[in-house]
Ligand binder design. Sequence first.
Ligand code: GLU
Length: 508
Amino acid sequence: MINRVRVRFAPSPTGPLHIGGVRTAIFNYLFAKKNGGDFILRIEDTDQNRYVPGAEEYIIQALHWLGIDPNEGIEQGGEFGPYRQSERKPIYKKYAEQLIQDGYAYYAFDTSEELDQMRERLKIEKNPIQQYNAITRIDMKNSLTLSAQIVSQKLADKEPYVIRLKLPDDEVITFNDTVLGEFNFHSSQLDDKILFKSDGMPTYHLANVVDDYLMQITHVIRGSEWTNSTPSHILLYKYLGWEKEMPFFSHMPLILRPDGKGKLSKRDGDRLGFPVFPIEWINLDTKEKYLGYREVGYFPEAFLNFLVLLGWNPGINQEIFTKEELIQLFSLDRIGKSGSKFDLEKAKWFNHRYLQQKSSKEIASVFSLILEEKGIKSVDFPVLKIIDLVKDRATFISDFWELTHYFFIAPNNYDPQIIKKRWKEDTPQMLEGIVQLLLNIKELNPITLESAIKLFIEEKQYNMGQVLNTIRLSLVGSSQGPSVFEIASILTADETVRRIKKAIQQIK
Ligand code: GLU
């Protein structure tokens, strides 16, 4: 028996990971690292009908992008493998049979029509609970109602069957969720869950419990949609004789839509205009493409930081945390009980903050690629200086083009609104004066330029706003950008003169 914390992230490869799942993976990772334990990735692919090609690779890539690679899993291997449930198929049958032998499970032979009829009948009788349970099973075709001989015959004839968990008829199943608190389920609220099918495949419930036991999982940290399955899992631990090895259960509250109305679903992302997936997902069948946070330009550290705080409270007045700090601080008891509203502005805020921490060199290494794509040779420009100048206005590296394009390409069009407001009869003459001033300036920098222009304005009694705004219009084409003195200094005196002359010519 391994004596340390072991947690698993156990997604089903039924599509791309939704950010709720990503957050669950992050919480598992942080909890494992905090406790010097193991973080396992187990692929729960028992439902072959719902298998989506590419989903498994997607999950692995998404965890990798976030920097939360598992230390045991289908890629890494490990002493508890295989880590893909479809490869563990032979393991489960014996447990299903053991449960039957011990009287905790039974064979059921009902066809889907018979099951429909049962539900229909219960509906007509206005029975609020329409499921296969301690009461209804008596009227169905199973090894509790049929003779042993008929059951053996059916099995020998290879008639399709399922193995169902035999729930007690009058028992309260209690568990204490580390996050959500105490739960009490009466067995009459639950159904006799299918554990195993005659095609040899276990269902989620059996495979999940068997694997958690065999992989020596100590803490189950998963989405709150699994809360209602937990009592059946607890019974399985008990019936299989594993009560002492039962893990702690922690269910994560939902991530809600920005308006707080309901769960943020996979479909909401398109509707609400932001991604719900960590990285790009391409549906191989329909070829539909969904953007991820990575493609929008989020830094993985920023996205991780944002997601962790969506539901977990660090207990201190700090919002920006390195992964190491999060590992140090993380605890399950600081996860909130209620859902957290997704907040896109907050996500952007985190990215903005992380961008400010990046050196201009780091930013330049990506921004230069954007420039090259536009046919601009970044080596010909003082890119680092340009980045420094506008960095505090950027949220994503892709914003830099919008913020700085005029440094690389002189404007051809000039904002008509500004022309209307600022371009007066004497403007060309005034700008000629600025051109002269620039030609005479010895060392052009924002300070020398500012004092020279201010002196010029004072001498000629010009209006400061008009001068600065028309220079800006000539250099940028609009009212955009940082101080005119900074812009001109980066452009150089020659280029500034060229642009002013061009504007005088073009604006009538
Ligand atoms: N396969 C389940 C899922 O897709 C795992 C739930 C659990 O962690 O037990 O979410």
